[in-house]
Design a protein around this ligand. Structure first.
Ligand code: NAD
Length: 263
């Protein structure tokens, strides 16, 4: 069976869990060669095992490589993995953190701000730079997907100022790169999830009160699932989205279109 991503060489950061792990499963099912990466080495090993169990047999290659996205040398090494296969085609810069001490403007410490920007912003820049260099060298079209967030587009009175700023930057970076490299057939989109049922957010929302404070604003009355983002990532990675670039690609259950919900 020829998949929607057959023969595409793909890299996914933050693949030990959540969106990244689900996307690796979908990419492999669609015939891609996949490099999964994360800073969490034990989590990455467990993810590789889970992927093999869930997908069963697959035609593409699967390589797991530990990398901290805030380290440019380590990010470049991920792109190197794809060189013997003919170079990277799809770069999914998905790794990100939401620090528990990230709060309002008056009480978020500089070290939390710096750490968040180092991973969420510089990590995306390094991933884009490494992928673009390789795509230009190979004279290939490509798709770069950067995980942004709805918080880059909407204000929230439950502030996480460093995270919000970082995701605003991801949207701006993605837009500019999309315009700069459109003539080279390198597409760049920001996948913008709504609030999800993954550990990143749910670890934060440890009481019913905190969860309800969010769900009343969600037209569907529920958090999104990682697989719903993964399906969108498949579309953005594939040639089916050949005329889609520079977008804040919202997969948010209608959150950003709602004023008053029916809840
Ligand atoms: P997750 O915590 O399950 O996955 C994030 C992964 O990134 C983890 O495996 C973590 O180990 C990895 N990571 C953290 N720092 C890293 C680093 N320095 N280098 C490499 N990997 C690192 O969370 P998720 O919900 O799957 O999040 C994925 C992306 O989606 C993030 O960018 C997040 O900001 C974004 N997002 C999440 C939500 C949500 O509600 N969960 C909403 C909007 C956007």
């Amino acid at each position: 069976m020829v998949g929607r991503l057959a023969n595409k060489n793909t890299i996914i950061t933050g693949a030990a869990g959540g969106i990244g792990l689900e996307t690796a499963i979908q990419f492999l099912k669609e015939g891609a060669n996949v490099v999964i990466s994360d800073v969490n080495d034990k989590g990455l090993t467990a993810a590789e095992q889970k992927i093999k169990e869930v997908v069963g047999s697959f035609e593409g290659k699967l390589v797991a490589k530990v990398a901290d996205v805030s380290n440019e040398v380590q990010v470049m090494a991920l792109v190197e993995v794809c060189e013997p296969w003919g170079g990277v085609d799809v770069m999914f810069n998905n790794a990100g953190i939401m620090h528990p001490e990230d709060n309002g403007i008056l009480n978020t410490e500089e070290k939390i701000w710096d750490l968040t920007q180092a991973i969420n912003v510089k990590g995306v820049v390094y991933g884009c730079r490494a992928a673009i260099k390789s795509l230009l060298e190979h004279k290939k079209p490509g798709s770069i997907i950067n995980t942004g967030s709805f918080v880059g587009l909407m204000g929230a009175a439950t502030p996480q100022i460093a995270y919000t700023a970082s995701k605003g930057a991801v949207l701006a970076i993605s837009r500019e790169l999309a315009v700069c490299y459109a003539q080279k057939n390198i597409r760049v989109n920001a996948l913008c999830p709504g609030p999800l049922n993954t550990p990143l957010l749910q670890a934060f929302l440890d009481t019913d009160e905190k969860r309800t404070r969010r769900t009343v604003h969600l037209p569907m009355g529920r958090f999104g699932e990682a697989i719903e983002q993964a399906k969108a990532a498949v579309f953005l990675a594939s040639d089916e989205s050949s005329y889609v670039t520079g977008q804040d690609f919202l997969v948010d259950g209608g959150l950003t279109r709602a004023y008053v919900t029916d809840i």
